[in-house]
Design a protein around this ligand. Structure first.
Ligand SMILES: [Zn+2]
Length: 208
């Protein structure tokens, strides 16, 4: 009997998290505010040079890549980017378009800001900025492309966390029904396509 209870408890306690079982943990960080302005014009998230010229970002890791961090085998839901020619030692991150900050979640090396946008055709979508060292906005705050959301880790600061965090993990989302956990719990292409745009394709289409 004791063995059976142990097996049952183990299965319960060590269950692999899924988007469905994990999302409620992240819901308290979500603020349901409507964007005040339409996201008509889109820009790259870094200053320095033309924020319309895609050559001003350097892509380190692509959308859909296989990942073994956190949950082994999850899929990369973003592109990892840096400015091609950083203007300063401290790299600032800007909102890509008009919108409202709807979630600031996680801590330390994973700190994340999410901005909700309304497109010209009425579609609601989201941009997510992850691996932020300092955040300068608050939940519920309306933003434009001129709003400095945060700054990235420097290579030296990244080293202190024993990892490679001195880049922006940039997601372009169709949905935020997972309140953020799909960023590390997306395990297959269906889940990926359900919630995410390929940022490279989105940028090509909107940042021009
Ligand atoms: Zn990433």
């Amino acid at each position: 009997m004791r063995t059976i209870i142990f097996i049952f408890l183990s299965a319960f306690l060590f269950q692999t998290p899924t988007i469905e079982t994990d999302k409620d943990r992240w819901k308290p960080y979500y603020v349901d505010t409507a964007p005040a302005k339409i996201a008509e014009k889109w820009f790259l998230p870094f200053e320095g040079g033309d924020r319309k010229n895609v050559k001003n970002i350097k892509i380190i890791s692509i959308f859909g890549d296989h990942r073994d961090s956190f949950l082994k085998g999850h899929i990369h839901t973003a592109i990892d980017v840096n400015p091609a020619k950083p203007k300063d030692k401290l790299v600032s991150v800007y909102a890509m378009a008009n919108g409202v900050v709807c979630s600031i979640h996680l801590t330390e090396n994973q700190r994340t800001v999410v901005v909700k946008h309304k497109l010209t055709n009425g579609t609601i979508m989201f941009t997510t900025y992850k691996h932020l060292k300092e955040v300068y906005v608050n939940s519920g705050q309306q933003v434009t492309e001129h709003t400095k959301l945060a700054r990235l880790f420097t290579p030296a600061e990244s080293k202190k966390y024993g990892g490679d965090y001195h880049h922006l993990h940039l997601e372009i989302r169709k949905k935020f029904d997972d309140y953020g956990c799909a960023s590390w719990l997306t395990m297959n292409k269906n889940q990926l396509n359900e919630r995410y745009y390929n940022p490279q394709i989105f940028i090509k289409e909107y940042v021009k």
